[in-house]
Design a protein around this ligand. Structure first.
Ligand SMILES: N[C@@H](CCC[C@H](N)C(=O)O)C(=O)O
Length: 314
């Protein structure tokens, strides 16, 4: 009997045989990346999930398709706002669901465009990228990328302003439900403060925490512990773990780190710093609150982006 070692016939990946891909990560948040400049690769939710499967596929927290903005429905609005936003980040979670935004992903996306020779970008230069959460401007730096993530918002503004929390979160490893604050960074996040490192490390995030009330489109849940001291030389430091919507626990979440900085600064009150170092299991990212060109406060996310491998499916 011949064993068909390259046969994907029974897999959702069958129609993608021959597809070139790269694998990359930002602080351990890892992605399969596919270049599809002319919008010819139609990846279904099942195929995205199969590609991201760590046992039967390539394995990743998400799938990123690099497509020209003019070839996606969202691109019309993107290009109307900025005709130079040529590239669109089509992002899917590991379960195949679509997400509005990925902060680590958008840095890795630009590293991938550079890797593929699809753009040129010198340190100090900025590239506008279309996403489902609008245009994100990504600056190349000597040691990685910094992204203008735009303004943040409370998801339940009335409760957030009035109280320390707007919802309650229970998770495996927590003795009682904890108050939490829900923040939108284009995608939804719910942030829970814990008292000490032991509480953070004892969490078991194999199952999704439960959030009540849950934001309308579900949520990513971040658990955060302040460093001791919280602020040194004007920069705050915290440690976080995350359970991502559509994925599970990941090594890092860029939009989650931004949401954590928003919540911790809110809880810390007047005098809290505008610059934060957010430690994650896969490394650390920087978050800064900066004035945006539109007059609103914007969140800037900075960190590394690495392309680790290239391959062909099948
Ligand atoms: N890891 C990402 C966020 C990816 C999307 C998220 N799971 C969602 O569904 O909103 C990041 O770095 O921001």
């Amino acid at each position: 009997m011949t064993v068909p070692v390259t046969d994907l016939a029974d897999s959702p990946l069958a129609h993608l045989a021959g597809l070139a891909f790269a694998k990359g990560h930002g602080t351990g948040n890892d992605f399969v990346l596919v270049a599809d400049p002319d919008g010819r690769v139609d990846v279904s939710a099942a195929q995205a999930a199969a590609l991201c499967d760590r046992h039967l596929g390539i394995g990743a927290d998400g799938l990123i398709r690099a497509v020209r903005s003019r070839h996606v429905p969202e691109g019309e609005a993107i290009l109307a706002e900025d005709g130079t936003a040529e590239w669109f980040m089509d992002y899917r979670n590991a379960d195949g669901s679509v997400s509005e935004m990925c902060g680590n992903g958008v840095r890795v996306f630009v590293a991938f465009l550079l890797d593929q020779g699809l753009v040129g970008l010198e340190p100090g230069q900025v590239l506008p990228i279309g996403t489902r959460a609008g245009i994100k401007r990504v600056e190349r730096r000597e040691d990685g990328f910094a992204v203008d993530m735009g303004p943040w918002e409370f998801i339940f503004p009335a409760q957030a302003e009035a109280d320390a929390g707007d919802s309650l979160v229970t998770a495996d490893g927590l003795d009682v439900a904890r108050p939490a604050l829900s923040v939108s960074m284009g995608n939804p996040h719910t942030v829970v403060a814990l008292a000490e490192d032991a509480e953070l490390s004892e969490l078991r995030l194999f199952t999704a925490p439960s959030v009540d009330p849950i934001p309308p489109h579900g949520t990513n849940v971040e658990f955060v512990v302040p460093a001791e001291p919280l602020v040194r030389d004007g920069v705050g430091t915290v440690s976080m773990r995350v359970h991502e919507r559509g994925v599970g626990e990941t090594q890092s979440c860029g939009t989650g780190a931004c949401a954590v900085a928003v919540a911790i600064r809110h809880w810390a009150g007047a005098g809290a710093p505008d610059r934060w170092n957010v430690r994650v299991p896969g490394g650390a990212v920087g978050v800064a609150f900066v004035p945006g060109a539109d007059g609103a406060e914007h969140v800037e996310l900075s960190g590394p982006a690495v392309i680790v491998a290239h391959g062909t499916l099948g």
